[in-house]
Design a protein around this ligand. Structure first.
Ligand SMILES: NC(=O)c1ccc[n+]([C@@H]2O[C@H](COP(=O)([O-])OP(=O)(O)OC[C@H]3O[C@@H](n4cnc5c(N)ncnc54)[C@H](O)[C@@H]3O)[C@@H](O)[C@H]2O)c1
Length: 380
């Protein structure tokens, strides 16, 4: 189902695509970026359906997208009007969340203003005790974790970091021997960088919308993250010594073992796929690699760990929280996600190394396997 919304005030255009409903529910974040298109939102909704199927979540896939600059001072009003227009869906069927250009706290504010509590409203309203579920969700999202972050903001990036760590393990390399470059250091890329740095991997290069930052001996990731603004951009006037500034596109050709696109969709295309020097691409961003570019990478022996596995920790965790399978104790959430990533990623890379089957193809086989017949989902 495709819906298009035209904002009569600013001319912004918004889209909702529902790929699959399961028990009347679909999940997927809402992004805002100038230039967002219907076909992009369709790709993202399809990706969400792959994620929920791969992680056996009892829900279909959907996505929202708004073609508007998130830095425009009217961005919040636009998001409010979009959500208001989508009210029948967000009230009853569509569980949305943060995405590119829309942080979780902002979308939650909008839902609260609309009298819908929080962005997981459509699921929470079905719970046996909605007030208790809302409280559990809020406590989980806002649980404080090391580094001064909130669990809900870092869990997706934590999963990406463990996808990278599992890749290094499968090559028989220690984190200390492994280098990584990350495009985008907002919610996903920033958290991935933090946990990779913490695990001892050398983050040589990161990029934000303003350009690429590089230090061959390894960037001081926590210090850089401190310098970010609300849009995930680093203040260049306070860069630590020894950090080289490069053009934005330089991130793709960084000389690192692992490349993590964690910003825009369609970042790796046939035009730039030959620039990629990494041994593996780990997609933190949704639809980061075009199919043609992925085929070109595969032909050069570079596998792509697909978005619907690598970054799916974000949506899987939200559902574990809704279903009461994790709570506001970060250790439980981290343990579960780490275990899942270290189980899935080696299988993807083994099928690639031993049978030449791309990780995306193996992931699709998982997603396409018939869903287990289970009792109706009860949200406690
Ligand atoms: N936030 C989530 O929960 C979540 C979950 C799964 C997947 N994703 C995907 O991860 C990607 C990033 O989302 P986010 O929530 O981290 O976004 P964000 O807005 O928090 O951060 C985006 C980052 O990318 C940078 N950036 C933007 N354009 C860039 C460009 N052209 N080149 C280099 N850097 C650029 C920004 O400066 C910022 O550092 C998106 O594709 C999103 O769909 C997000």
């Amino acid at each position: 189902m495709r819906l298009q919304w035209n904002d009569s005030v600013t001319g912004a255009v918004g889209y909702l695509v529902v790929h699959t409903l399961r028990a009347g529910l679909a999940t997927g974040g809402t992004r805002m970026r100038a230039g967002c298109t219907l076909s992009e939102v369709e790709d993202l909704a399809r990706g969400m359906a792959n994620k929920t199927a791969t992680f056996d979540l009892p829900i279909g896939g959907a996505k929202g997208g708004i073609d508007f600059d998130p830095k425009d001072p009217r961005a919040l009003e636009v998001l409010e009007r979009f959500c208001e227009a989508m009210r029948p869906w967000i009230d009853a069927h569509w569980v949305t969340a943060e995405d590119l250009g829309v942080p979780q706290h902002l979308i939650d504010e909008v839902f609260e203003k609309l009298g819908l509590g929080q962005s997981y409203h459509a699921a929470i309203s079905r719970a046996a005790d909605p007030a208790a579920t809302l409280e559990r969700v809020r406590r989980g999202l806002n649980a404080e974790v090391e580094g001064g972050f909130l669990l809900g903001d870092v869990i997706g990036g934590y999963g990406v970091a463990h996808a990278c760590l599992a890749a290094a393990v499968s090559w028989g390399q220690t984190p200390a021997e492994t280098t990584v470059a990350i495009q985008g250091i907002g919610t996903m890329g920033g958290a991935a960088a933090y946990y990779l740095h913490e695990a001892g991997m050398t983050v040589t290069t990161v990029a934000d919308a303003a350009g690429t930052l590089h230090c061959p001996d390894g960037l001081d990731v926590p210090a850089l993250l401190e310098l970010r603004d609300g849009y995930g951009e680093v203040d260049r006037s306070r860069l630590p010594d020894g950090v080289e500034q490069l053009p934005r596109g330089a991130i793709l050709s960084a000389d690192a073992d692992i490349l993590v696109p964690a910003a825009i969709s369609y970042a790796i295309t046939p035009d730039n796929s030959y620039d990629v020097r990494a041994r593996v691409v780990v997609e933190a961003a949704n639809a980061a690699t075009t199919p043609e570019a992925e085929a070109m990478l595969a032909a050069r022996g570079v596998p792509v760990l697909p978005d619907f596995v690598a970054n799916a920790g974000a949506v899987a965790w939200a559902w574990w929280l809704l279903l009461g399978q994790v709570d506001d104790d970060p250790a439980t959430s981290f343990d579960r996600l780490r275990t899942v990533m270290h189980a899935k990623v080696p299988q993807l890379l083994a099928a690639w190394a031993e049978e030449g089957v791309t990780p995306r193809e193996t992931g699709h086989r998982w997603a396409d396997a018939p869903a287990p017949v289970t009792a109706p989902v009860v949200i406690p």
